[in-house]
Design a protein around this ligand. Sequence first.
Ligand SMILES: [Zn+2]
Length: 137
Amino acid sequence: MNRSRPFENFVDGVPLELVWDGVIVDGGLRRARMSREDLFERLRPEGVEQLGQVRRVYLEQSGELSVFLLPADLVRPGLPIAPPWDVEAPHAGGLFGAVACQECGRVREQRSVPCECGELAVYPATIDPWQVSESCG
Ligand SMILES: [Zn+2]
């Protein structure tokens, strides 16, 4: 798996990578002219509740998203995208354990260390976002 491959231009017939193993691909959304919220809105109908469920997301030339989910036994904790953040923001306080970068979804163990993307803000990395919002509410 070669993750350092530079992005080519939007070549005919080549889908654009948006999510890779639960992490939002750097620059992918900008190229797709989508916001993070647009992406989440389009992932939720696919049954995605947190990015740790996601193996790959591609934006096809047609404008459709191709979403590939991990099998249930391979799902890892990730950035919660359900419920929608504008309805009920994930709780950011009192975190224990792994956290997910609010910007790209990359999961790390220590919240005091900035993400590789430079972002410090985090949400709890969770298998089941609904569980978190209920237990914190
Ligand atoms: Zn990040």
